[in-house]
Design a protein around this ligand. Structure first.
Ligand code: NDP
Length: 329
């Protein structure tokens, strides 16, 4: 009989009322997969907050163990690519949405979904980065593929004090960009400058309905916010520039015009981390280990325990988490 471990389980009753419980499980309770992993560390992303709070339909199979990412150690594997003792990282692939996720002592997944723990990072570091930070790197890689470089001009980061934003500010500044950080928490100006922001602006400059085009203020942007903020970011992007869009913290809508696209040749680059192909994941994690300072990663993250996950999930959707939260298991 295998060991018992704790798991967070979200369930729904006949009236679709959601409940969140901590339960005991064994490996026999896990879903199908060819690799079983001991979860060493996980994290609380915005999507985990939506899943646990029930504020958006993230969970699509009931009941569900939430948690979209983890770093762990392989316990057993029927996949020739992985062996007992291997250190691995998982981001997305529907884990925590349609497949039992990270908020449990063990996870059973497809070996195809795993990447090796990157050189120079331990499990806690990898989850301090987490899906939010890996997505920030995917956004920066998308801008680079578009030809953006530090000599082209400033880069805007929206939702800058959040998880995607904090990692994006840190990496962009290390790469030599002039970073304009947009935040609703101007009390976090010193924090953002510490991560490398050259300018900190109040998000109210971007979050209200704006004009189809404005003054050209930045060469590019990393946007985790959507809605009017994304429309205004596009409207103020310089000729030939690009905006990498990955989030919806303000809203799913995009209430703008085509003017920046057809009059300034601005490009909107969509970024998805969940189904991103393996080569892109490997490149992103390798770049993270090179281009994210350990001291900045420490400054932008804090550690909580398993019992604090549900509270942190509510805090993140209320916009009350600064940077990243790591969960030691
Ligand atoms: P966080 O909650 O850590 O950060 C979001 C930030 O957005 C907040 O900290 C806040 O920044 C800002 N914000 C929140 N509400 C509003 C609002 N109403 N108007 C304007 N700004 C607001 O979340 P994450 O960084 O983890 O995720 C950010 C977004 O990216 C989420 O929408 C998430 O779902 C998405 N995401 C998408 C992925 C993908 O694959 N495409 C992967 C990972 C995340 P501040 O306080 O500085 O203003």
């Amino acid at each position: 009989m295998s060991d018992t471990f704790k798991a967070i389980l979200i369930s729904r009753d006949e009236d679709k009322k959601q409940s969140v419980d901590v339960v005991d499980m064994t490996d026999a309770d896990l879903m199908e997969g060819n690799v079983t992993v001991a979860v060493d560390a996980t994290t609380v992303n915005y999507k985990d907050g939506l899943a646990i709070s029930g504020r958006s339909p993230v969970v699509r199979r009931w009941p569900m163990i939430p948690g979209i990412d983890f770093a762990g150690t392989v316990l057993s594997s029927d996949d020739p690519a992985w062996h007992k003792g291997d250190a691995v990282v998982l981001n997305g692939w529907g884990v925590g949405e349609t497949h039992y996720g990270a908020y449990a002592g063990h996870a059973r997944v497809s070996g195809e979904w795993l990447v090796p723990l990157p050189d120079g990072l331990n499990a806690m570091d990898a989850m301090a980065v987490g899906t939010a930070g890996y997505t920030a790197m995917l956004c920066i890689m998308a801008l680079e593929r578009h030809g953006i470089s530090p000599d082209r001009g400033p880069v805007l980061v929206t939702g800058a004090a959040g998880g995607v934003g904090s990692v994006a500010v840190s990496i962009l500044s290390k790469l030599g960009y002039h970073v304009v950080a947009s935040t609703g928490r101007t009390s976090e100006e010193a924090y953002l400058r510490g991560l490398g922001a050259a300018e900190v602006i109040d998000r109210s400059e971007l979050s209200e309905p704006g004009r189809p085009m404005g003054k050209e203020r930045w060469a590019a942007a990393v946007d985790a916010v959507g809605s009017h903020t994304l429309a205004n970011a596009l409207a103020m992007t310089a000729y030939g520039g690009a905006v990498a869009a990955c989030g919806l913290a303000q809203g799913l809508d995009l209430p703008g015009s085509v003017a920046p696209f057809i009059l300034r040749g601005v490009s909107l680059l969509g970024v998805d981390s969940v189904m991103a192909p393996k080569e892109l994941r490997l490149e992103a994690w390798s770049r993270i280990s090179e281009d994210l300072d350990a001291a900045k990663l420490a400054a932008l993250s804090r550690t909580i325990g398993f019992d604090d996950i549900v509270g942190a999930a509510t805090d993140i959707v209320d916009g009350n988490i600064r940077g990243r939260v790591v969960v030691g298991m």
